[in-house]
Design a protein. Structure first.
Length: 145
C-alpha cells in the first residue's frame, strides 16, 4: 500500500491509524480492513459529481450573463470545496487560482460566508466555538492597507 501511494511504510501506517481512529478502517494492530463508513467518502464524491453536472448549464448561463467566472462550492466540515467552476477568459486584473477539488477555509472566504449563513443556527453556534475567529490577512480590509 505504501509503495502504491508513494509514501514510506511509516507514513502509510500513520494514515491508516488515523482512518481507524475516525472509523473508516478497522485494525487488529497488524492488518487493516475497510469498514462500511468508507462508503461515505465515495458517496460524497459521486454526489458532488452529479451536483456539478446538474449545475454546469446554470453556471454557463450565469457566466454569459455577468461576463465573470462562476463557481459552485459545498461546505465540508470547516472548509468549502469547489465542485463546479466556469471561468471567463483570463482578462481580469485579479483572479482566484482554484481548481475543482480545491479546499479553502470557509470563514475568510465570501463563498464560505454565504454557505455558513444558511446553516442551522445550532450548527453555526458549534462552528463558532470550534473555529478560531481571527482577522484574515487576505480578506479583512484593515489588514490590506
Amino acid at each position: 500500500m505504501a509503495e502504491l501511494a508513494g509514501v514510506t511504510r511509516a507514513a502509510a501506517r500513520r494514515f491508516l491509524l488515523t482512518l481507524a481512529e475516525v472509523g473508516y478502517v478497522h485494525t487488529d494492530g497488524k492488518r487493516f480492513w475497510l469498514r462500511p463508513r468508507i462508503l461515505e467518502l465515495g458517496n460524497a464524491f459521486l454526489s458532488s459529481q452529479a451536483l456539478a453536472e446538474v449545475a454546469r448549464p446554470h453556471l454557463d448561463k450565469l457566466v454569459a450573463e455577468v461576463d465573470d467566472s462562476a463557481a459552485l462550492c459545498v461546505l465540508a466540515d470547516d472548509e468549502i470545496v469547489y465542485v463546479g467552476l466556469v471561468r471567463t477568459p483570463a482578462r481580469r486584473i485579479m483572479a482566484l487560482n482554484v481548481t475543482i477539488g480545491s479546499r479553502i477555509p470557509a470563514r475568510p472566504s465570501s463563498m464560505g460566508r454565504v454557505l455558513l449563513a444558511f446553516q442551522p443556527e445550532q450548527w453555526r453556534a458549534e462552528y463558532l466555538k470550534r473555529v478560531e475567529l481571527q482577522r484574515s490577512r487576505q480578506t479583512d480590509r484593515c489588514t490590506r492597507r
